[in-house]
Write a protein that binds this ligand. Structure first.
Ligand code: DGL
Length: 271
């Protein structure tokens, strides 16, 4: 399928987390058509082996390529940390890729007043040490404390955010000793913007909280612009696919994009 400026932007995640990125992309680039895929049937990815994350992620990339996407945003830290380099090598001649890690790391590196930062993410992401490594390359002076917070993504996917349960779980994680003197907290999972308010309330303005939604849409716009692929009129409605239309996917998509949002079931493993 030939790619041109009117081709859609593909965005994917294990579940509802990537909707936080899709929402920002749609807000900043309203002329673009977005095709979203959430692998709700296999979520969470955070505790899966890299081999399984690679298998699922590659299938989703192939699905989005089959839909004619001009750029694919891997709107999941866990998948980005495992397959970004591989998919660029395998599919990079056909479609551009944006991950959610590099834009956030570059944004953080520019914060000259910040010298101590905390990072929370899934077990899969934290285990790779990718944030620490990339951040230290740009800011060797930065002290980093990373913590896997495996309960958060499934909790959010199940609809528990901005309530007493989520607050108690968040507090338990953020009480960790090494977070005591941090100046910034990095939400290294695309589900976490949905609990950003809870986290900000916990810190009461003493710590700045950052996530990928702050930076990714600019990177997408610049990547399209460089290739002359920015759209100037919307080609079709945004489409949201999931491998299981869960109550949470339906509710979160409607919260972000309105009641008439187009949701579709797609079992891409049997295609
Ligand atoms: N939203 C995904 C991320 O950014 C992970 C959630 C999961 O464990 O599936 O890492």
């Amino acid at each position: 399928m030939a790619i041109n400026a009117h081709s859609p932007i593909g965005i994917f995640d294990s579940g509802i987390g990537g909707l936080t990125i899709a929402s920002e992309v749609i807000r900043k680039l309203p002329e673009e058509e977005v095709i979203y895929f959430g692998d709700t049937a296999h979520m969470p990815y955070g505790d899966k082996s890299p081999a399984l994350v690679r298998y699922y992620g590659t299938k989703i990339v192939e699905f989005l390529i089959s839909k004619g996407c001009k750029i694919i945003v891997i709107a999941c830290n866990t998948i980005s940390s495992v397959i970004y380099d591989d998919v660029v090598e395998i599919f990079g001649s056909r479609v551009q890729f944006v991950n959610v890690i590099d834009p956030l790391v570059h944004g953080l590196a520019r914060l000259e007043d910040v010298h101590r930062t905390g990072i929370i993410g899934t077990q899969g992401t934290i285990k790779t040490g990718i944030y620490e490594r990339k951040l230290k390359e740009l800011r060797p002076d930065m002290e980093v404390c990373s913590l896997a917070t495996p309960l958060l993504a499934p909790m959010i996917e199940a609809g528990f955010f901005n309530n007493q349960i989520s607050k108690a779980v968040i507090e338990t994680y953020l009480k960790e000793d090494c977070f005591t003197d941090i100046e910034a907290m990095v939400l290294a999972c695309t589900h976490y913007p949905l609990i950003k308010k809870d986290i900000e309330e916990y810190y009461q303005g003493t710590v700045q909280v950052y996530d990928s939604t702050d930076f990714v849409s600019n990177v997408v716009r610049d990547a399209l612009n460089v290739k002359g692929l920015l759209n100037n009129r919307r080609s079709g409605p945004n489409k949201f696919f999931a491998s299981d239309i869960t109550e949470s996917f339906d509710k979160t998509a409607k919260n972000f994009f309105g009641e008439d949002v187009h949701l579709e079931y797609a079992n891409i493993w049997e295609l």
